[in-house]
Write a protein that binds this ligand. Structure first.
Ligand code: ATP
Length: 349
């Protein structure tokens, strides 16, 4: 089922939670709504679900205006971080719930419900646990039961709000990979809210970056990461350094990097990811940024060096392969030279 959001706005008193949102989600797509706390992600998800109403605008499901359609007629399944399971019901009953409360006319037979629940238990890899109560499950298992419960009604749209937010890092990592695989098998149009950029980049077909009630950028994970449209997106989607530009003769530069585009009167800054900074012991001809090493942390896959520009005192960081770090042998207090690559120029946030 496709989802179209047309000019949707929502205010809570004087506070604007969503300001004229437009978004198209294709059938079978897995889209992630990513943004800082309070950017409006949950409000948008709740409006798609029918749990919240929009002040203005429309939601179209498969091209049909669903703006006034009640929740139960939208065929959506939810998994929310705090959408707790029914504690007094077994796993079986929790999963069966959506089917067993249907009016008699549309309710499947007991045998059909049982078959469906067993099939879902297998899908979420919890077969054999149908007799347990939620308190007898781990956090990761509970969220898988919540997903099975959401899938029981054969939803046309699956809405997930920080489904793994309360789980520890390792379980979170496992579950997001598993969710991606599940999506590839089921192909249900899915919208996934998160404020964790790694989660969004790993799970989603497309990422919708939100900021202060608006959509800042939409794209595939590669597009938003490699081609951020603003300083906000550059900073939100990974590690980011901000460096000021040196302006001379109407041209701006940061070390080896010159800006070709004409300069406007608006302030601009250079943004570069730490792993796009190269370090050298000696100045090697091209313009470079002279630095002093402030701190080195070589624990992990890469060595991270905190640097201070000796030309203007700005702090930034570089991440270089461990082998290169071993060759360079830089320690705190050393002087070195930095080259920056893949620099992006934006008005500062
Ligand atoms: P988080 O990641 O913290 O959940 P979010 O991006 O999902 O944030 P929303 O939950 O959509 O943000 O909330 C957007 C803003 O609207 C927040 O500032 C929130 O306080 C406000 N808000 C949401 N629901 C209500 C409500 N029922 N009444 C008043 N304000 C609300």
């Amino acid at each position: 089922m496709s989802i179209e959001i047309r000019n949707v706005s929502r205010r809570f008193g004087a506070f604007t939670a969503l300001a004229d949102i437009n978004l198209d989600i294709a059938s079978c797509e897995l889209v992630s709504l990513l943004g800082p706390s309070g950017s409006g992600k949950t409000t948008l998800l709740r409006i798609i679900a029918g749990l919240e109403s929009a002040d203005t605008g429309h939601v179209l499901l498969d091209g049909v205006d669903a703006t006034r359609l009640p929740v139960r007629e939208r065929q959506v399944g939810f998994v929310f971080q705090h959408y707790a399971l029914f504690r007094h019901m077994t796993v079986f009953k929790n999963i069966a719930f959506g089917l067993s409360v249907r009016p008699r006319r549309t309710r499947p037979s007991k045998a059909a419900i049982r078959e469906k629940v067993m099939e879902l238990l297998k899908l979420v890899q919890l077969d054999g646990l149908e007799g347990r109560y939620p308190s007898q499950l781990s956090g990761g298992q509970r969220q898988r039961v919540a997903l099975a419960r959401a899938l029981a009604i054969d939803p046309k749209v699956l809405l997930l709000d920080e489904p793994f937010g309360a789980l520890d890092a390792k379980v979170r990592l496992e579950l997001r990979r598993w969710l991606r695989e599940l999506h590839e098998r089921l192909h249900i149009t899915s919208v996934f809210v998160t404020h964790d950029q790694d989660e969004a980049l790993e799970v989603a077909d497309r990422v919708v970056v939100m900021k202060q009630a608006q959509i800042e950028q939409i794209g595939t994970p590669e597009e938003v990461y490699d081609h951020p449209g603003s300083a906000f997106v550059h900073e939100f989607l990974g590690k980011s350094n901000t460096l000021s530009l040196a302006v001379a003769d109407g041209r701006a530069s940061v070390g080896n990097f010159n800006i070709i585009a004409p300069l406007t009167n608006d302030p601009l800054a250079a943004y570069v990811r730490p792993h796009h900074v190269d370090l050298f012991r000696v100045r090697n001809g091209t313009p470079v940024i002279p630095v002093r090493v402030k701190h080195v942390n070589a624990a992990g896959a890469v060595a991270r060096l905190e640097l201070i520009r000796t030309d203007n005192g700005e702090a930034f960081s570089a991440e270089i392969p461990r082998e290169q770090h071993a060759e360079l042998g830089l320690v705190a207090g050393d002087e070195a030279f930095a080259k920056v690559n893949r620099v992006k120029i934006f008005p500062p946030v």
